[in-house]
Design a protein around this ligand. Structure first.
Ligand SMILES: Nc1nc2c(c(=O)[nH]1)N[C@H]1C(S)=C(S)[C@@H](COP(=O)(O)O)O[C@H]1N2
Ligand SMILES: [Mo]
Length: 405
């Protein structure tokens, strides 16, 4: 019978190519049958519509990072934006019934806005914001630091549209004793205990009141993808990404430093340098504020084999609240440096782009190292900077490997 004919070897191998792996029982597939993974427009193996080159560090909670070469766009598309969750991605969100409440000891009154009111009542602004996880680069620390072993890919610079947090806080009224804001989101704790929050961080009033600190409802011109905080997200560029609360439905104006989940000592850095492995007392730990200067070579991908003695490189650099003032690269393990032009940021707190044509004296193995210097003259360290218990703030120079044939 015709229906019992098995599919031809040729079709089977093309299915395997499309799926990127062998179909183990492929010889059993009947003629005319298309594997379900190839039937629909959506690939069921694509997580959160991310690029297939994204690296999953943890699936409970979801933590997924980019590789440097996936971050080559000036404005990071959703496909290559890292995901950092402390709890479970919320389900069943309805933007039509979403509200934001402003409360706390230092709010003049408690006030609730619908999402529609926020959008109609306040002016909209769009900024490109460099947002980097404080733990980006943690994998290099020795003794190792517990937590997601981010390499270089826990950073993105997307375009965010929303209303200014300061416009909302001014509408509510702020008491003169206000010190800090703290966000609350609707994601659930891994234990599913409704009394526990996975994370509730914040920032001092001065950062909350900056023009670029937004309650965003759009990312790259579209609704924010669910995993990045739909339908409302706090975005605070240049500071550890943990300040940028996702799925935000409440902001508390505090009369003291916010004491929400993950504001405790373990999530801080030693106020003064410590020896690797040293125990640090809680009172000697400080909250991370503006992120340090850093850069990434996003093209070519590390491991490129080239013929010819010159190579165009490009990438981005950022410096927390500051601007990047100088960009350099080295092909001799940091012995000598060549400067290259660094562009102006699209707006304050956006990352800046650089490119250069690197000349190699002869064939062989090279590393290209990139080093950015901020507007106060502070440069990236060539190798791992100050050890700290949680492995935060590794802003060492990014390095790629190249072979010249
Ligand atoms: N509600 C909520 N907001 C959150 C988090 C979270 O787990 N829940 N993680 C924070 C941390 S630690 C980081 S690094 C960023 C990650 O943002 P992204 O997943 O959009 O890249 O979100 C921050 N905001
Ligand atoms: Mo983070």
């Amino acid at each position: 019978m015709k229906r019992k004919e098995f599919i031809k070897k040729a079709a089977l191998s093309s299915f395997a190519v499309l799926l990127g792996t062998d179909i183990v029982f492929g010889s059993k597939i009947l003629k005319g049958y298309t594997p379900i993974a190839l039937q629909g427009p959506d690939d069921p193996f694509t997580l959160f519509k991310k690029d297939k080159g994204m690296v999953v560090l943890n699936d409970k909670p979801w933590n997924i990072e980019a590789q440097a070469h996936l971050l080559n766009d000036d404005i990071t598309p959703n496909a290559s934006m890292f995901i950092r969750n402390n709890g479970l991605v919320p389900e069943g969100i309805d933007a039509n019934t979403w509200t934001l409440t402003i409360d706390g000891e230092s709010a003049a009154i408690q006030k609730t806005y619908t999402l529609a009111e926020l959008k109609s009542k306040f002016k909209h602004y769009t900024y490109q914001l460099a947002i980097e996880c404080g733990g980006n680069g943690r994998n290099e620390f020795d003794p190792p630091a517990k937590g997601n072993q981010w390499t270089v890919g826990a950073v993105h610079c997307a375009s965010w549209t929303g209303v200014r947090l300061k416009d909302i806080l001014e509408d509510v009224g702020i008491k003169s004793n206000a010190v800090y804001i703290g966000f609350h989101g609707v994601d659930k704790h891994l234990s599913r205990d409704p009394k526990k929050e996975p994370i509730s961080r914040g920032c001092p009033m001065a950062k909350a009141m900056q023009d670029e600190t937004l309650l965003a409802f759009k990312m790259n011109g579209k609704d924010i993808p669910l995993v990045h905080g739909f339908p409302l997200r706090l975005v605070a560029g240049g500071w550890p990404a943990s300040v940028s609360g996702k799925w935000v439905n409440r902001i508390s104006v505090r009369n003291k430093v916010h004491d929400g989940t993950k504001m405790e000592g373990a999530y801080k850095v030693p106020c003064n340098p410590v020896a690797p492995g040293e125990k640090v007392k809680e009172e000697d730990m400080c909250i991370i504020e503006s992120m340090p200067v850093k850069s990434l070579i996003t093209s070519p991908k590390t491991g490129a084999i080239i013929s010819g003695k010159s190579l165009k490189i490009r990438g981005h650099a950022w410096a927390g609240e500051l601007e990047v003032a100088k960009m350099e690269y080295s092909i001799d393990f940091g012995s000598t440096w060549t400067s290259c032009p660094i562009g102006k940021p699209a707006n304050r707190l956006a990352w800046q782009h650089f490119s250069a044509t690197v000349q190699f004296p002869k064939s062989g193995y090279y590393e290209i190292w990139a080093r950015a210097t901020d507007s106060r003259g502070l440069a990236q360290p060539m190798l791992l900077p100050g050890w700290n218990p949680k492995g935060y703030l590794n802003n060492a120079c990014h390095r790629i490997a190249i072979k010249v044939k």
